[in-house]
Design a protein around this ligand. Structure first.
Ligand SMILES: *Cc1c(COP(=O)(O)O)cnc(C)c1O
Length: 365
């Protein structure tokens, strides 16, 4: 049987070991006689699953004690509203609408801007639109607002394949909010440099339905009166993410992924593998002018690699041939076309090598 490698951008590949363990525990979690799906979120079994997951994530990312980890629902997109609803109130005491700074680096930051404009003044401090979202505008050109409620960045643009690998300077104590949906846990990050980090789980953490929010204590407790109570960080934090029923099964799988990451050697080991995988794939794309990745090398994402065939009439043949070789879900996002290979933590280097072999063979043919 052909080995299958799944390059989906999300929901995406999960570690086989995790899926096998979940399968073996599906009907009876550790002698409890229940599936995790059937357990009360307030019972001792699930509470232990939850606390272990929280502790392991904290350890993996080195989350300082003055940050809370929340497991929410609603996906990454809902956070585009939930975050302003929770954060703008902190700087809005004089009745003036708050300003949120954004750097527009691609599709996802674009969506965040649009949503936030419903709750605050939005300042696009810099935009990569002019370069076709192929590079992050130089920091010296960012027009940041002193006293802004926060600066929002999408540190890995999943569709455009642009990754921000630095922490910018901000005026005063303006917190940085980072949408890390598609590269969280793929590289070391100094959490203390951010006010809030968030991500939908379905790229690099676990199944769709869980949204991880890591937020500094002092940013909690400022929700606007119109913020839905189930999305008020204060309610979520004070109730260990159980103000209402959390996505229990997703949290359980995320917990298995966290343990798997620890067994792999943690984030540092994962980052080394991710660097190697990305280098292998970009080298193959650059070596043959049959293929093209348009992102400036300094900003190329290690996780999401969009590319084009120079002769786009061969797209269908390329995808059909890939599928026949067990290389799945390589079609690019509909808004940009072409191809995209997402090579998250759970993609082994063998999968990237199989793709590289196919790229070379297809180009020769
Ligand atoms: C996938 C993604 C989102 C949206 O996530 P949903 O869970 O579909 O709402 C937001 N930001 C980034 C960077 C993403 O990759």
């Amino acid at each position: 049987m052909t080995t299958i490698y799944n390059f989906s951008a999300g929901p995406a590949v999960l570690p086989k070991e995790v899926l096998r363990q979940a399968a073996s525990e599906m009907l009876d979690w550790q002698g409890s006689g229940m599936s995790v799906m059937e357990m009360s979120h307030r019972g001792p079994e699930f509470i232990s699953i939850y606390r272990t997951a929280e502790r392991d994530l904290r350890e993996l990312l080195g989350v300082p004690d003055n940050y809370r980890i929340l497991f929410m629902q609603g996906g990454g997109l809902s956070q585009n509203a939930v975050i302003p609803l929770n954060l703008v109130g902190r700087v809005q005491s004089n009745g003036q609408p708050a300003t949120i700074d954004f750097v527009r680096t691609g599709s996802w930051s674009g969506k965040s801007i649009k949503e936030a404009a419903r709750y605050a003044n939005v300042n696009v401090a810099a935009s990569a639109e002019a370069n076709g979202y192929t590079a992050v505008p130089p920091q010296s050109a960012w027009q940041l607002t002193p006293g802004a409620a926060y600066l929002h960045l999408c540190t890995n643009e999943t569709i455009d394949g642009v990754e921000i690998d630095f922490v910018p300077e901000v005026p005063g104590d303006v917190p940085i909010v980072a949408d890390m949906s598609s590269h969280i846990l793929s590289r070391a990050v100094d959490v203390s440099k951010y006010g809030l980090i968030f991500g939908g789980a379905q790229k690099n953490i676990g199944p769709a339905g869980v949204t991880v929010v890591i937020v500094r204590d002092d940013l909690i407790g400022h929700a606007l009166p119109i913020c839905p109570s189930a999305f008020d960080f204060k309610n979520v934090a004070e109730n260990e993410s159980m103000y209402n029923t959390p996505p229990t099964y997703g949290i359980y799988i995320a917990g298995l992924v966290f343990r798997w990451l620890k067994e792999q050697g943690g984030i540092a080991a994962m980052e080394r593998k991710n660097i190697e995988k990305a280098r292998l794939l970009y080298a193959a794309l650059d070596a043959d002018d049959f293929y093209q990745n348009r992102v400036a090398p300094a900003y190329r994402s290690r996780m999401n690699v969009p590319f084009y065939l120079r002769d786009e009439s061969k797209n269908e043949a390329f995808l059909a041939g890939a599928k026949a070789r067990g290389l799945l879900q390589l079609k690019g996002h509909k808004s940009v076309g072409g191809m995209r290979a997402s090579i998250y933590n759970a993609m082994p280097i063998e999968g990237v090598q199989a793709l590289v072999d196919y790229l070379n063979e297809f180009a020769e043919r």
